[in-house]
Design a protein around this ligand. Structure first.
Ligand SMILES: [Zn+2]
Length: 206
């Protein structure tokens, strides 16, 4: 990176608390991968409706489409995760007990999951929303008292290493990959726009 370029980027960082949409647009236009990652992470907590018109107008359409799709996917995955709680794993004692006991145990796990994880993973204030890592940490530490003894631990162990917690990171990783590709195309496009003297006879008439 040239010193001038580095200087300009440093100055920009200081003068503007760059809005994520603008950061993304600049990252693509000026091929700045470090900003791409930061912008996408920030954009996971904002909807495309919140992007200012001046940002949308300079953002390549394909990038806008990818960001919009990322939101839709993240929200759909979160809704599914909240409304379809992971299975309950019961101890032998819980299963051997009356049917109503197992049922109550399961109901407690599912209800507490839906209310508590719903609040945190679908919070209307995007900035208050938990990341999946935060949600996992919260759930693993939560006391689910109405369940039968031993069942919360078994049920938690069952999802401790589950892919559900990493799904969003994977979505974001793919989005960044696509945006990097768009950035590369954009840079190539700009280079191709540069006037060349090879194919056309040099002329001073313009
Ligand atoms: Zn149980």
């Amino acid at each position: 990176m040239s010193n001038v370029r580095q200087f300009c980027i440093g100055q920009l960082e200081q003068i503007i608390s760059l809005k994520p949409g603008m950061r993304l647009a600049l990252a693509i236009r000026h091929n700045e991968p470090s900003w791409l990652q930061l912008a996408v992470n920030m954009l996971t907590r904002r909807t495309v409706f919140e992007l200012d018109e001046d940002v949308v107008s300079i953002l390549p359409y394909e990038a806008y489409r990818i960001i919009a799709k990322m939101h839709a996917k993240i929200m759909a995955d979160r809704l599914t995760l909240v409304l379809l709680p992971p299975p309950t794993i019961h101890t032998g004692e819980c299963i051997a007990g009356p049917y109503a006991q197992t049922k109550r145990c399961e109901k407690a796990w599912e209800t507490i999951w839906k209310i508590n994880m719903g609040e945190r993973m679908l919070h209307p204030n995007m900035l208050a929303r938990y990341t999946l890592d935060e949600a996992k940490e919260y759930w693993m530490g939560l006391n689910i008292e109405p369940m039968s003894t031993g069942c919360p631990e078994l049920s938690k162990d069952n999802i401790r290493d589950s892919a559900i917690w990493g799904a969003e990171t994977e979505t974001i990783r793919k989005v960044i990959e696509k945006l990097e590709e768009i950035t590369r195309q954009h840079v190539v496009g700009m280079e191709e726009e540069q006037p060349t003297t090879q194919d056309e006879p040099a002329s001073g008439e313009m």
